[in-house]
Design a protein around this ligand. Structure first.
Ligand code: CDV
Length: 311
């Protein structure tokens, strides 16, 4: 039996600070309908897809900060996304959606939810690597206060059997770390879904600015190839509240090749038919982990956090 799936990426253009959930969900609906027309079975929306990228501002008022978070899982009754998930289920489309999560006991996470084609919950993932800074740095052109507004996940990376394959999730900065892909690769991941919001300007080292698109594809393509898995990158792009965000959403094969790529930096659907069995070409040859990996030679990876140079 062939294990093929039509995957779509619903890249988003900028979301204004004043945009309501209803206005954003309208845009998500437009992309969902387009995906349905193109026979997409799994539609991947970006990181924090329901609001502007609010960590670029310092908030004194906690109620204002709270307004960017969801207190219920997207798709549940009474939420702004209830109809979106209901319609997706009627269309037989699974959804991946990034959002800011505020738990009942007031923990804050940068989260993504994944549902199956029948609407059932596959799983939730909370971002592991939280970039940026904790303190007010008003000298920056824009801030990146993710480390103030989100906790690091204590759950790590998980994979699930879904869509007739083995599927995992990561969020934005997670994609830059090889451990992200390898940990999921060691659980057999065949498809990893990643939403991102990446400013083109990186204040700590602006020499990286012209390399954003290169680094974006570099890390996801190597993660795909070195673990024999499909990788999907879904961007929020364009100029959002004066901050230019990288687009370049893409779908990457286990060979490391990009098979579909966005050509705009706005709302745009891209799609590809993926074959899970293509992962075997790599997982059972060059990257046959059982045969060739040498975990005993990699001990520092779990024993050390930062580098310890020789004396
Ligand atoms: N949303 C992010 O995690 N953005 C980071 C930026 C700050 C470098 C990223 O890795 O793209």
């Amino acid at each position: 039996m062939s294990r093929e799936l039509t995957v779509g990426v619903a890249q988003l253009g900028p979301i204004a600070r004043s945009e309501t959930r209803a206005e954003v969900v309208d845009r998500l609906f437009t992309l969902l309908h387009e995906a349905h027309d193109q026979r997409v079975e799994l539609l991947v929306y970006p990181e924090l897809a329901l609001t502007t990228f609010f960590p670029r501002w310092w908030f004194e008022d906690e109620a204002e900060l709270d307004s960017f978070y969801e207190t219920e899982d997207p798709g549940t009754p009474g939420t702004a996304t209830e109809e979106l998930f209901k319609t997706a289920t009627e269309m037989g489309i699974g959804i991946h959606l990034g959002y800011a999560e505020l738990t009942a006991d007031r923990h804050r996470y940068n989260t993504a939810i994944l549902t199956e084609r029948d609407g059932s919950l596959v799983g939730k993932f909370r971002k592991v690597h939280i970039p940026g800074h904790e303190d007010h740095e008003p000298h920056r052109r824009f801030q990146h206060l993710e480390r103030r507004y989100f906790e690091e996940s204590q759950e790590g990376f998980q994979v699930w059997r879904a869509f007739d394959g083995i599927v995992g999730m990561a969020i934005c900065n997670d994609r830059r770390w090889p451990e992200t892909y390898r940990v999921m690769g060691l659980s057999g991941a065949e498809l990893v879904l990643i939403g991102y919001n990446t400013p083109l300007h990186y204040p700590p080292d602006p020499t990286q600015d012209p390399l954003q698109a290169f680094h974006n594809h570099l890390v996801m393509q190597s993660g795909a190839y070195q673990n024999g898995m499909w990788v999907v990158g879904a961007a929020k792009g364009g100029t959002e509240e004066g901050c230019e965000l990288l687009a370049h959403s893409c779908i990457i094969a286990p060979s490391g090749q990009i098979v579909a790529q966005a050509v705009t930096n706005g709302d745009e659907l891209i799609r590809a038919r993926i074959d899970f069995d293509m992962c075997r070409n790599y997982k059972e040859t060059l990257f046959d982990f059982d045969r060739y990996r040498r975990p005993e030679a990699y001990r520092q990876i779990i024993e050390r956090k930062g580098p310890v140079p020789p004396p």
